[in-house]
Design a protein around this ligand. Structure first.
Ligand code: MN
Length: 487
């Protein structure tokens, strides 16, 4: 899907045609220049002077699939009563860019004509009032439009807004149910569809097996060769790799047929399959599909959304699970991994294909999987939980490191990190907030982008940073509990 954003500039008829022509030309120039540096085109739509123009533009923005959001700005003063009807009906993400065309106040040149043309400082305040009065979720970005910092903030907001569009189109294919007795992977699918737009439905594992049986040897040859071109081969069990290729082709075919961008499965229901998909799920994730193990459809959809928000629409984000800790003083780390399914977009080096026995689940044969170490660097982990009556997104800042030991007998991909503010306090905060053991780990989606996403989706957002204390967090959660009951 080609996506774009619309630039809607506010004004009024008071200033005469000359001023309006100047505003129109400058708005076009700004949109064009910004489009060269932003991840999505910014299309200048209108210098709006009336209720009717604004309403028509916003109706169109709501209707157009390619429009992922609007950016508004008031070069001149734009009386906000004319914005009420349009903004009330706005269904797309909204960013209010408080900027001005010129960077400097021109000492010699400034007179009342200049003041009347360049009055964003109070035009944007009038515009801000109506956003606040209407209680419309919006992002406010202030600063000079040619500054890199401002452009980066607009870029991040655009990526979050694209995350909103992807969320509204999200379809999740579930193979089998959730793992028996597990609580945190459950959730209200009707609420999630209403709030986030996700269509979450189940397909029988038997249908997948039927699809697998229809995959041809030639198709498997082609995907096998693709695996060899992307990964190092560290097993002579060709049959296991070919079996994973068969699984991948079948799952991809079913998902593409149904328009699904995410899937989940469970080791407790592999009826008719020889291996839990490992390499298959990992290679699908590398292509932008979301995945959640043990039937965790929430983390699956979030993985697909974070991937779409990242670099080039398929960033370094993947399904992750907190496994075990290193609690040596001064060297405290979490070790994250999964039975098999860690996305190669997190890898520091070229992943190796290995086959090993997998004791858990109903695997008849040893599944092939990609083994690698995760990248070092700043990132985050993100969990979406169902609090009963509302959804809570929990984001924690992390610092990933090169794993401090080689762990030669660990047969899965692994990522090592320290949660903020430090490992044990971070764990206390995460557990207090109710964060899941499954997360999306991302190196390129920022907490700010997820805060924007949560605001646009109208869900609770909790951010654990280097400055969070369990005491402050506990109070924050109590206050939010009240707020979300009232909402
Ligand atoms: Mn798990």
């Amino acid at each position: 899907m080609k996506r774009e954003f619309w630039f809607v500039v506010g004004s009024q008829s008071l200033y005469g045609q000359d001023v309006l022509d100047t505003v129109d030309a400058r708005a076009g120039e700004m949109a064009e220049k910004l489009s060269r540096v932003l991840p999505y085109p910014l299309v200048y739509k209108v210098t709006a002077k009336s209720n009717r123009e604004i309403s028509e533009t916003i109706k169109e923005a709501n209707y157009r699939d390619e429009c992922a959001g609007i950016i508004t700005w008031c070069h001149t003063f734009s009386p906000s009563k004319m914005w009420i009807d349009g903004l009330r009906d706005l269904q797309k993400p909204w960013c209010h860019l408080a900027t001005q065309y010129n960077r400097e106040i021109p000492n010699e040149e400034i007179d009342m004509d200049f003041m009347n043309l360049n009055q964003a400082a109070h035009g944007d305040r009038e515009h801000g009032f109506i956003g606040a009065r209407l209680r419309k979720p919006r992002k406010v970005i202030a600063g000079y439009w040619q500054d890199e910092k401002v452009q980066k903030r607009i870029s991040d907001w655009m990526r979050a807004a694209v995350g909103v569009a992807v969320s509204k189109e999200m379809k999740v294919m579930r193979f089998g149910d959730n793992m028996r007795e597990v609580a945190v992977t459950e959730g209200d699918k009707v609420e999630v569809q209403t709030k986030l737009g996700w269509q979450v439905n189940t397909w029988a594992v038997g249908d997948l097996v039927k699809e697998m049986n229809a995959v041809t040897e030639e198709e498997i040859d082609a995907l096998y060769n693709e695996y060899l071109s992307q990964y190092d081969l560290a097993t002579d069990n060709t049959a296991a790799i070919r079996y994973q290729a068969r699984e991948e082709i079948a799952m991809k075919r079913m998902m593409d047929r149904e328009g699904c961008k995410a899937f989940s499965n469970t080791f407790q229901d592999l009826y008719g399959m020889e291996q839990l998909p490992g390499l298959a799920s990992q290679h699908l994730m590398s292509q932008g599909y979301g995945y959640g193990a043990e039937g965790d459809w929430k983390v699956s959809a979030m993985t697909a959304i974070l991937k779409a928000m990242g670099e080039n629409g398929n960033g370094a984000s993947g399904f992750m699970e907190d496994y075990t800790y290193h609690l040596v003083e001064g060297m405290e780390y979490s070790l994250g991994a999964h039975m098999l399914e860690v996305c190669p977009s997190l890898a520091a080096d070229k992943p190796r294909i290995e086959t090993h026995h997998l004791g858990i689940g109903m695997n008849e044969k040893d599944p092939a999987r990609l083994v690698f170490e995760g990248k070092a660097g700043k990132g985050l982990v993100c969990s979406l939980i169902d609090m009963g009556g509302r959804l809570r997104m929990i984001v924690q800042d992390i610092e990933a490191v090169k794993p401090i030991m080689p762990m030669p007998n660990l047969p899965v991909a692994r990522v090592m990190w320290r949660a903020m503010p430090d490992l044990t306090t971070g764990v206390e905060c995460w557990i207090t907030a109710g964060g899941a053991h499954h997360t999306v780990l991302s190196y390129d989606v920022t907490p700010g982008m997820l805060r924007d996403w949560a605001r646009m989706m109208d869900i609770e957002f909790v951010h654990i940073t280097k400055d969070t204390t369990p005491e402050k967090l506990e109070e924050e959660l109590m206050v939010k509990d009240l707020i979300w009951k009232l909402k």
